[in-house]
Design a protein around this ligand. Structure first.
Ligand SMILES: [Ca+2]
Ligand SMILES: [Ca+2]
Length: 387
């Protein structure tokens, strides 16, 4: 009886099916100044693109003997005054390089705001001409923190952008639950055409286009600060890590018109509840408390061919504790999670996908370090079938 109870508990904790993970250098010999994003340039298999908070976007070859090049240099054209400000995210047009459009989300000052821009002109040296900037969207930022954000294209060809609640603490303006502000949201824009009132158009199936007083760009609400989000390239699910206030970090799957609770809720727990039907909020897929971390970094889903044991795993981590987790959705729809923190702990600012599908991580030796490296996450040798 005792033995069987122990066995049942082991199954709960170890989540068979999710392999243990090791960290390996992805770009040996290269380090970066505050790397905040790593991604693949469409059509390029011998390098990855690394975004530095200070304003540079670098093309970094896997071959240590090849020189890295600067794709974009926005130094002097942004602010990094708050540690959450700077060059926050970029997205290549899905048809790059035939459609040479780079979408960029960054912080600016005077007035303090975040800016979504498009750069489409290359200079003869292969770098982007920063003088030819098209500003698509500017969002006033009442405080320096909680700016989000990830910009990326969905499988539907639309551009998605996560925007934080504006900052300070506790969402003093109640931005998360308001529909008349872009703060505290995931937005969805059609950037393939210019509209009459905006340099983009509103997709006809956005959820609040008919709602009085609502910003039609809104795709999902009630989010505090989605620093990182990504699509599962197979299922199209939009996975997000929403950074918590004092107690709970959460993983969400972002759905059309979904309300993720902030600031009435933090994770699945009441924060500043106003009453009403709690069923209007979408529960997190996973949450963890301050004993396990202090700032979630949303991750990526593995869909590569190299490691079948990792297929479908959503891998993410915590910037303050260096813990990593993998979430797997079972055939019955239920989620199971495994702590995959390697012995050699690294602190993630972002995750991305290499050209061969491998999950990459911008990794620091501790939180708030200036220099980081790019590592890759692979099944630990001998533990492919675990435990
Ligand atoms: Ca802000
Ligand atoms: Ca929430």
């Amino acid at each position: 009886m005792i033995v069987s109870t122990i066995l049942v508990c082991l199954v709960c904790i170890e989540s068979p099916g999710i392999p243990a993970i090791s960290i390996e250098p992805a770009l040996p010999g290269r380090s970066f100044r505050e790397p905040v994003q790593v991604l693949s340039m469409p059509g390029t298999s011998d390098a990855v693109t690394v975004v530095e908070r200070g304003g540079r976007v670098l093309n970094a070859p896997f071959d240590p003997a090849s020189e890295q090049t600067i794709l974009l240099d926005l130094r002097g054209r942004l602010t990094t005054r708050n540690s959450e400000e700077g060059l926050l995210s970029i997205a290549f047009h899905p048809k790059w390089p035939e459609s040479p459009h780079l979408y960029v989300y960054r912080s600016r000052k005077s007035p303090r705001r975040t800016v979504l821009s498009r750069f489409s002109s290359m200079k003869p040296d292969g770098s982007i001409d920063v003088e030819k900037e098209e500003v698509l969207l500017e969002i006033e930022q009442p405080w320096g923190n909680h700016n989000g954000g990830t910009v990326l294209f969905g499988p539907d060809g639309m551009l998605y952008l996560s925007v934080g609640d504006g900052g300070a603490a506790n969402d003093p303006h109640g931005a998360g639950q308001r529909l008349d502000t872009l703060l505290g949201k995931v937005l969805r824009l059609d950037v393939s055409a210019v509209g009459e009132q905006r340099p983009y158009t509103i997709p006809a199936d956005n959820p609040f286009t008919e709602t009085e007083g609502a910003r039609p760009e809104i795709w999902a609400t009630g989010l505090r600060n989605v620093w990182r989000m990504s699509f599962d390239p197979k299922t199209g699910a939009l996975w997000a890590g929403d950074v918590g206030q004092n107690a709970w970090e959460e993983v969400d799957i972002i759905k059309r018109g979904g309300n993720y609770g902030w600031n009435e809720r933090e994770g699945s727990h009441p924060f500043q509840p106003t009453g009403g039907d709690a069923g209007r909020f979408i529960e997190p897929v996973f949450e963890y408390g301050r004993n396990l971390g202090g700032s979630i970094t949303g991750g990526s889903v593995y869909r590569g061919d190299l490691y079948p044991s990792m297929d479908g795993l959503y891998i993410f981590g915590d910037y303050m504790s260096g813990r990593l987790w993998a979430i797997q959705q079972n055939a019955d729809g239920a989620f199971q999670t495994r702590d995959i923190t390697p012995k050699d702990r690294r602190f993630p600012s972002s995750f991305g996908v290499a050209p061969d599908g491998t999950i990459l991580m911008c990794a620091f030796s501790g939180p708030y370090q200036r220099t980081g490296r790019i590592v890759r996450l692979v099944p630990r040798a001998g533990s492919d079938i675990s435990p």
